[in-house]
Every structure is written in C-alpha cells, then in structure tokens.
Design a protein around this ligand. Sequence first.
Ligand SMILES: NC(=O)c1ccc[n+]([C@@H]2O[C@H](COP(=O)([O-])OP(=O)(O)OC[C@H]3O[C@@H](n4cnc5c(N)ncnc54)[C@H](OP(=O)(O)O)[C@@H]3O)[C@@H](O)[C@H]2O)c1
Length: 261
Amino acid sequence: MKICFLGCGNIAQAIIDGLLKSGISSADIACIERNQQRIEALTKQNLQIIELENLATMNFDLIVLAVKPKDALSAEQTIFKMVPRTAILTVVAGLNIEKYSQPNEIIRAMPNTACAFGKGVTAIYAANQNSAGFNAAKKLFNKVGHVVTLQDEGEMHRFTSIIGSGQAFLFQVLNTYLQELEKITTSDQAATKSMFLDFITSLGDSFSQEENFERLINKIKSPGGTTQAGLESLKMNNLDKVLQDAFQAAEDRSIEISNEQ
Ligand SMILES: NC(=O)c1ccc[n+]([C@@H]2O[C@H](COP(=O)([O-])OP(=O)(O)OC[C@H]3O[C@@H](n4cnc5c(N)ncnc54)[C@H](OP(=O)(O)O)[C@@H]3O)[C@@H](O)[C@H]2O)c1
C-alpha cells in the first residue's frame, strides 16, 4: 500500500510512526509538508518529501489529509484536481464530509496519537463503505491499532471528544499525580520518571488482570481507611461530572467547528 500524507504534524507523525513500527517500508510513505522543522524530522526517518505539484506524477492508494481545519478545504480541492481518482482520507476534526468539494470520494477518520505505538483507536466513516479506498483506509488504521466503523457521520463528534481529546484529559489528571509524586520523591528526575512510567504501565497491567474498576478499587480501599477518605473527597467534588462535562465540551466544540467552516 502506498500512502501520501498531506500535512505531517502531530497526528500524521503518530500514524507514520505506527505504520513504520508495523513493518511498512518508509519507501511506501510520502509526505507533503511546508514546515521546515517538520521536513527535517521526516527526512531523518528516510521518508520521501514530495511537492504538491508533483502529486499527479505518482501513484498512491490513499492520500491522508492531516492539516488544520482552516487549511483542509483548499488542500482537498487541489488534491482532487491533481489526482481525481485517488481516495482522500481526512483526519481533520469537526469538518463534515459534505463540506468538501467531492463528498462522495472522501473517507473520514478520527484517530488518536496512540497510533504511534500501534495502540490507537480510530473511528472511520464514509458514505460508500464498499469502495477500495475505504477498505485501504481500514487496513491502514488496523495496522496502528483498533478501528471502529461508524454508520452515521453524526457519531463522529462524540468519537472526536472521547478518542481524539480524551487522551489529553487523562494526561491532565496524570500530570497532577506526577506533580504530587515529585513533591515526595528525593530521587533524581530520571529515577522519578522511571517510577512514574512503571506506575502508569501498572495501571494497564492491573486492568488486564481484572477488568472491573470497582473491584480494582476495592482491592485498594478498606473501610474507614485512607483510600476511602480520598475517594469520598473525589465523589463530593463530583469528579465523574467534571470529566463528563469535559467530554461534552469537546463534543460541543466539534459540532461548533463543523458549523464554522
Ligand atoms: N493532534 C491530534 O491528536 C489529532 C487527533 C485527531 C485528529 N486531528 C486532526 O488532524 C489535523 C492535524 O492536526 P495536527 O495536530 O497534526 O496539526 P499540526 O501539527 O499543525 O500539523 C499540520 C501540518 O500540516 C502543515 N500544512 C498545512 N497545510 C499544508 C499544505 N497546504 N501543504 C503542506 N503542509 C501543510 C502545517 O504546516 P504549518 O505549521 O506551516 O501550518 C503543519 O506542519 C487537524 O485537523 C486535527 O483536527 C488531530
């Protein structure tokens, strides 16, 4: 499968890293990018940098559009003019397929940066889910993690919130934990980092042993103990609602962005 990325910032880089880790050759990935620093980083990975003007002279199974929403529509129009028969896969958040010049040819996906480690979750939608392009797009994201196929594009707003933004909310929570850990450790920074890494990996390990958070919590807390006191404080401060509100705010913003374009 030959893939070209138009826009190679954070999310494209995560997908590219995951693809390379999955065994795809760097010779099968091309990049169109205008940011010089990004170009240097991509070149170091032996990726081919091409100019948009040369797109028509090359054959790709998929062109992945990974630019900010403000740049997306003009980029799609240019791609379509140059290679009208190549499927375009957009990862741009909040931009409905109907906004593009060729909505029937567009495949829309919402991945997250965990694709870099082959652990991504990607929601994917297209009006025509039987096309070669849609199958190629599913194959691509299956190489870098899990794929959820949506039957209704409207569901993408919720997925954008939970898959795209959700990671950042949990990073924010973990950052508070790290700051507290740093206050109590006398070790140097590297030792604290290693301690923290083991701690967050162990959260995944615990879940793979016992897939029920209530039971996991019960293994830690005892009646009247310290954990219970902390959990009661979280409940009193409505942690569930705080997080649910964050997911809702992200979903609302996704809907707003789609109306702004
Ligand atoms: N980051 C995530 O976790 C994530 C997750 C899911 C979806 N998304 C979506 O993915 C898209 C990209 O996000 P990002 O965070 O990866 O953005 P980003 O880091 O800003 O990357 C976009 C890159 O594309 C370049 N670019 C824009 N237009 C171009 C053009 N016409 N030709 C060549 N290069 C061009 C930009 O250059 P300049 O810097 O010069 O503009 C920038 O380097 C967004 O629409 C976002 O909604 C992001």
